[in-house]
Design a protein around this ligand. Structure first.
Ligand code: TXA
Ligand code: MG
Length: 325
C-alpha cells in the first residue's frame, strides 16, 4: 500500500505497463485499474472481481481531449457535458471507437468513459499516456470501497499495488448517462443529478434506466453488506428497532441525525449529517456494521432530492429486491 507520492505515480505506471492491476483512488470510489488496451490485463480484472464478462467496464481518461480516441462519434451534447463536468463524477456511454476491446465493453457497441477528479490518478494517467479500465475495487455484488483499507480487506493479494489517498470525497459511484441519438438517459444515478445534467444539456434527461439489462451490473440486489438492511422513515425507526431487538436481533441504526429515543443496546453508527454526507459515508458505515457483526442495519432514508436520489438507489439495492427496488 503506497500513499500519494511521486513514487506511487511511478510504481503505478510500471505496473500498468506490464499488464498488472493497481487499486486507485477516485473521487467516487476506489477502482481496480488495468491498461484498457491490454486484453490480458482487462481479463484479469474480471477474474479478480469474480465479475461476469458481460458487465462492461468504465474507461478512465486522463484528459477530455482523449474522448474522440475512444468514442466513435461524439454528439455536441456529449461535448457540452464533458466540458461542464469533467474531471468529475459523470460517465458518458457513447458509441465505441474501432479498436476498443470487446473485453472492456462486454461486446457492446458502446463504451463508458469518464475523466476522474482525483489528482493522483490524473498524474498517473498523464504519465501512463493510455487509458485505464477500472470497475469499483470490490468483489462482485459487494459494497464498493471508499478507503484503501476496504480494497485490501476485499481483494488483498490479488492486486499488484494498492494506492492510498484517503477516503473518497464523493463516496458513491459516478452518474452514468447514455447518449444515444441525442437522447439522454441516466443508467445509474449519482451525486451529480439528472437536473444538473439537464440544465447543461439544455434538454430532458430520462431518469428511468429502462430495465436492469441497460447498464449490466445494476442488479436489484447489489452493493449488499452481510447484514440485512431495512429501510425506514425517521418516525418508524424506534418501533422498527424495538421489534427487531425483541426478536433477538442485534441492530445498528444509520441516519443523517440519530432518531431520539433509541432503545438501549442499539448500535448507533456515526450519523452522516445530510444527503451529501450520506453519499460520502454510506459504504463505510455498511462495512462498519459488518465489522461489528450486527444482524440488521435499520437505515433512515434521506429525502429523495439531490444526492439523496443516488443514496436511496444504493440503499434499495443494499436492502435487496424485497425492499421494493
Ligand atoms: O465512479 C465510478 O464510476 C467507479 C470509479 C472507479 O470510476 N467505477 C464504477 O465501475 O463504478 P463499475 O464497474 O463498478 O460500474 C460500471 C457500470 C456498470 O454498471 C456497467 O454495467 C456500466 O457501468 N457500463 C459500463 N459500460 C457500459 C456500456 N457500454 N453501456 C452501459 N453500461 C455500461
Ligand atoms: Mg461496482
Amino acid at each position: 500500500m503506497l500513499p500519494d507520492s511521486e513514487e506511487a505515480v511511478a510504481a503505478a505506471v510500471d505496473v500498468l505497463r506490464v499488464g498488472g492491476l493497481v487499486a486507485i483512488p477516485t473521487e467516487t470510489v476506489y477502482g481496480l485499474a488495468a491498461d484498457a488496451s491490454n486484453r490480458r490485463a482487462v481479463r484479469r480484472v474480471f477474474a479478480v472481481k469474480g465479475r461476469p464478462a458481460d458487465h462492461p467496464l468504465i474507461v478512465h481518461l486522463g484528459a477530455r481531449e482523449q474522448l474522440r480516441r475512444w468514442a466513435g462519434s461524439v454528439p455536441p451534447v456529449a461535448e457540452r457535458l464533458a466540458d461542464a463536468f469533467w474531471p468529475g463524477p459523470l460517465t458518458l456511454v457513447l458509441p465505441r471507437a474501432t479498436g476498443v476491446l470487446d473485453e472492456v465493453t462486454g461486446g457492446r457497441p458502446t463504451v463508458a468513459l469518464r475523466v476522474p477528479d482525483q489528482p493522483l490518478v490524473l498524474r498517473i494517467l498523464a504519465r501512463f499516456g493510455g487509458a485505464i479500465a477500472a470497475p469499483s475495487a470490490n468483489r462482485f455484488g459487494r459494497v464498493s470501497p471508499t478507503r484503501a483499507g476496504h480494497v485490501v480487506a476485499d481483494l488483498g493479494g490479488d492486486v499488484d499495488l494498492v494506492l492510498d489517498a484517503g477516503p473518497c470525497p464523493v463516496g458513491l459511484e459516478s452518474t452514468i448517462v447514455e447518449v444515444a441519438d441525442d437522447q439522454l438517459r441516466v443508467l445509474r444515478p449519482g451525486v451529480l443529478t439528472a437536473a444538473e445534467i439537464a440544465r447543461v444539456a439544455g434538454r430532458e434527461v430520462h431518469e428511468d434506466p429502462g430495465g436492469p439489462a441497460r447498464a449490466p451490473g445494476m442488479l436489484a440486489s447489489h452493493y449488499a453488506p452481510a447484514a440485512r438492511v431495512v429501510l425506514v422513515r425517521a418516525a418508524e425507526a424506534v418501533p422498527a428497532v424495538e421489534g427487531l431487538l425483541a426478536a433477538g436481533r442485534s441492530v445498528a441504526v444509520l441516519a443523517e441525525t440519530l432518531p431520539p429515543g433509541l432503545p438501549e443496546g442499539t448500535v448507533a453508527l456515526e450519523p452522516v449529517g445530510d444527503a451529501t454526507g450520506y453519499a460520502r459515508h454510506l459504504y463505510d458505515r455498511l462495512r462498519e456494521a459488518d465489522r461489528l457483526g450486527v444482524d440488521v442495519v435499520v437505515a433512515v432514508v434521506p429525502a429523495p432530492t439531490g444526492a439523496g436520489v443516488a443514496v436511496l438507489d444504493r440503499l434499495r439495492r443494499a436492502a435487496g429486491p424485497t425492499a421494493g427496488g
